[in-house]
Design a protein around this ligand. Structure first.
Ligand code: COA
Length: 323
């Protein structure tokens, strides 16, 4: 058995902050941000919480799938910015959508979270442990950002995306995942919920930013590791680059995606992007993009998609699956 996507959904806050808005907060400008990242704007929560957005995306995905909430037996929610440590956001979504018989938990693996959750769902389904799994990526990155740090605040946005997976006969998925904890300091995030952070901040024990990043280090890591893991998954599947219809990559930076396409000697048209509109919504980028691709009619049954995520940990993961 394999998990087939039978519905997608997404939710982004209505409040938009474009690059010009940002240039009134920090010393930056639209041209710089677009040239270095491809980002034009980001949607920012205006009272919404991470689990609220996750629940909205889930409801939209369920509606499109025709699956009823009580048919779901697992909810996997990838997030690093939930409003509570517990209860987990997955249980909050379970309550919101009335998925009475589902178990659920959160997966904290930053921008790689959705792909890891998707892989876990596939493993549960192929093992016969689950039949219907709701996989969500949801983030309120604006709560994690130091809005005085132009090196990071320009990069992120808020939002949520979800897919419903149902067990069907079909071509097995191929997947891979890696971590390198030694390189953890390259990208760190401090929760504002951590007790005493204001005092630590005052004492200088933590630096002023909630997200610390070695931008160029992360850039180089992504450009090297993403092509490697894509090749690894292709080899496992006995497939080639030409077999892939679309590469649905984590939307961190247009230049990273272009560099990956170049390294793989694959036309950039096979790498859909939406970061101009949403920026980097961390674990939510891949399911938001899948939802947009599905709604726009780009996707046809039987097409082969390669998804890949990368980010803090450092972590990176990929999955080849059939639409
Ligand atoms: N606006 C204007 N100028 C800025 C700026 C901003 N928002 N941020 C940095 N600069 C300046 C720097 O101060 C520097 O100025 P200097 O040359 O006078 O010292 C110059 O621009 C170049 O900075 P640099 O950090 O070398 O730029 P870069 O080309 O590496 O781009 C990132 C910075 C963050 C866009 C890029 O490194 C990146 O995207 N990395 C990956 C980050 C990422 O995607 N993380 C999430 C992964 S999940």
């Amino acid at each position: 058995m394999v998990g087939k996507i039978c519905g997608t959904g997404s939710y982004v806050p209505a409040r938009v902050m474009d690059n010009d808005d940002l240039s009134r907060i920090v010393d930056t400008n639209d041209a710089w941000i677009r040239e270095r990242t491809g980002i034009g704007k980001r949607h920012i929560i205006d009272g919404e919480t991470t689990s609220y957005m996750a629940g909205q995306a889930a409801m939209r995905a369920l509606e499109r799938s025709g699956v009823k909430p009580d048919e779901i037996d697992m909810i996997l929610l990838a997030t690093s910015s939930s409003e509570t440590v517990y209860p987990c956001a997955a249980c909050e979504v379970q309550r919101m959508i009335g998925a009475t018989y589902a178990s659920g938990y959160d997966i904290n693996a930053a921008c790689t979270g959705f792909v890891l959750a998707f892989n876990a769902a596939q493993a549960y389904i192929s093992a016969g442990f689950c039949r219907t799994v709701l996989v969500i990526g949801a983030e309120s990155m604006s709560n994690m950002i130091d809005w005085t740090d132009r090196g990071t605040c320009i990069l992120f946005g808020d939002g949520a995306g979800a897919v419903v997976l149902r067990a069907e006969e079909g071509t097995p998925v191929s997947m891979a995942a890696h971590s390198d904890g030694e390189k953890g300091p390259a990208l760190t995030g401090l929760s504002r919920h951590r007790k005493g952070w204001e005092k630590e901040l005052e004492d200088g024990a933590v630096k002023e930013s909630f997200i610390h990043m070695d931008g160029q280090g992360v850039f180089k890591f992504a450009v090297r590791k993403v092509p490697e893991i894509i090749e690894e998954v292709l080899e496992k599947a006995d497939a080639s680059l030409d077999d892939i219809d679309y590469f649905v990559l984590h939307q961190a930076n247009r230049r990273i995606i272009e560099a990956v396409a170049k390294r793989l000697k694959t036309d950039i048209s096979k790498f859909p992007m939406n970061l101009e509109e949403y920026a980097n919504t961390s674990a939510a980028t891949v399911p938001i993009l899948l939802d947009e691709m599905d709604r726009s009619g780009m996707l046809k049954r039987g097409q082969k998609l390669m998804t890949a995520g990368f980010g803090a940990g450092l972590t990176w993961a990929a999955c080849l699956f059939e639409w």
